[in-house]
Design a protein around this ligand. Structure first.
Ligand code: PMP
Length: 442
């Protein structure tokens, strides 16, 4: 594994300056190539997928060039080296999110897959396919699975299906007018019948940061397990799942400067060990007969088949890169960018900010609805200005419906985002208003 590239931006404890960000951007081939253009694209879509630094690209490439082999299979030295890199990445990710052991980290394809491992596993436990300890996942008719109206479809549909399969009732916390929900809303919705409480740490539409530790405490008080969609928090905030007390959490490599094709399920050891695997096959077993199979402990139990090894190695490198910058330091920088983003939106008549205007409650992104202009028209106009954002429902149709709209335009930042890019987004929104005759005078 190569050592992280060390630039002044990585080594200072002080706030990240514009000069530091310029140095950081130089470490990303995407920016290095595009910043040369006359009109460089303003990449404001990291919430969908982030760009990758050379360190990550090189880590994957070097692994493939020198150490590629099937992990955990066979006895050769090459397999041993590949396995070491794969498991080393797991340990790095475990440390990054405050897990006490690397065995609490399960590799998945992405966050969607990680959430499905939990929901499908609970389904198996209730279909007579449990493992020792699976009784704790029993769902009876009338038991409740609680989610929120703000969830990404990845943290909604798996629970819909689990409820249908088991006869449990899927309930949700409705959002307020600004798309947020509170601790009190959760307190009112949790009941003695709640068995699972699944919610996003940070909403991918409103940027709202849920009070995870307090929510976990409320859920545990009624005996429910918590499943946290941490897709938009782990890339942007210092997160320690052990301190937060969460039972399961899911996130994706490609939103945190890492590769596609790799996601993470974090779980408390006793809960992972009591969860049956929903996908089964080679390498995840201890003993197989023609009638039965016994499974390995977590995490291998959930990793049947050939694994995304170079992607795991790349994700380990992405974590090293983020650690070298300092996650808290990056979060501070991103907070300033979000303040700038929100200020530009709220001071423009005819733009409706989704989510809290109080920037202390939000992280990394802002979605907006432009009065009188469809989000796809806004998106096309922004694209012509070289402003790259996400338009649509962002896989959160119910939330948009609750807000009385079908789609919105979302800008999201990362540690490499510049003030100029944020300003170009706001200017382009105003340009779209003028272009489509939807300008509103103050
Ligand atoms: N949850 C949230 C909050 C997200 O933003 C996303 C990505 N848009 C997902 C889940 C799903 O992530 P992935 O597509 O990487 O599985």
């Amino acid at each position: 594994m190569p050592a992280p590239v060390v630039t002044p931006a990585h080594t200072s404890a002080a706030a990240l300056s514009a000069a530091d960000v310029a140095l950081l951007r130089a470490e990303f081939p995407y920016f290095a190539a595009h910043d040369e253009l006359d009109v460089a694209p303003a990449y404001l879509d990291s919430a969908a997928t982030s760009q990758r630094p050379t360190l990550v690209l090189d880590a994957e490439r070097r692994f493939l060039e020198s150490s590629n082999a099937a992990v955990h299979r066979g006895t050769s030295g090459a397999v041993g080296a590949a396995t070491e890199a794969f498991e080393g990445a797991r340990a790095t990710v475990a440390r990054f999110v405050g897990a006490e052991s690397a065995d609490q980290i399960v590799w998945a394809e992405n966050a969607t897959d990680a959430l499905n491992i939990v929901a499908l596993g609970i389904g198996e436990a209730n279909a007579g396919l449990g493992v020792p300890g699976s009784e704790r996942y029993a769902l009876d008719t009338g038991d409740e699975i609680l989610i929120t109206e703000a969830e990404h479809h990845a943290n909604l549909i798996p629970w819909q299906r689990l409820a249908t399969k088991t006869g449990a009732t899927l309930r949700y916390i409705p959002v307020r007018a600004d798309g947020t929900w509170t601790l009190d809303d959760a307190r009112a919705a949790l009941t003695e019948r709640t068995r699972v409480f699944a919610f996003a740490h940070v909403s991918n539409v409103t940027g709202y940061v849920a009070p995870v530790a307090e929510l976990v405490e409320l859920a545990h008080a009624v005996g429910a397990i918590t499943v946290v969609d941490a897709c938009q928090s782990v890339p942007h905030l210092p997160v320690n799942f052990t301190e937060l007390g969460v039972d399961f959490a899911a996130f994706s490599g490609h939103k945190m400067l890492g590769p596609n094709g790799i996601g993470v399920l974090y779980g408390r050891p006793e809960l992972l060990d009591a969860l049956p695997p929903a996908r089964t096959g080679g390498s995840a077993i201890t003993k197989v007969t023609m009638e039965t199979a016994l499974f390995m402990p977590a995490p291998q139990r959930f990793e049947p088949g050939t694994q995304p090894v170079s992607q795991a190695v790349g994700l380990g490198a992405a974590v090293s890169f983020m650690e070298a910058i300092g996650v808290a330091r990056a979060a501070e920088r991103e907070h300033e960018l979000v303040e700038r983003l929100v200020a530009g939106i709220v001071e423009t008549p005819g733009l409706r900010l989704l989510g809290p205007a109080d920037t202390s409650q939000r992280v990394a992104l802002a979605a907006v609805s432009v009065d009188g202009v469809h989000a796809h028209d806004v998106g096309q106009y922004l694209d012509e200005q070289g402003v790259l954002v996400r338009v649509g429902h962002h896989c959160a149709q119910p939330l948009h419906r609750a807000l009385g709209i079908t789609s919105s335009t979302r800008a999201s930042v990362h540690v490499t985002t510049t003030e100029d890019e944020v300003d170009r987004f706001v200017d382009a929104l105003r340009g779209a208003q003028r272009y489509f005759g939807a300008e509103v005078s103050a």
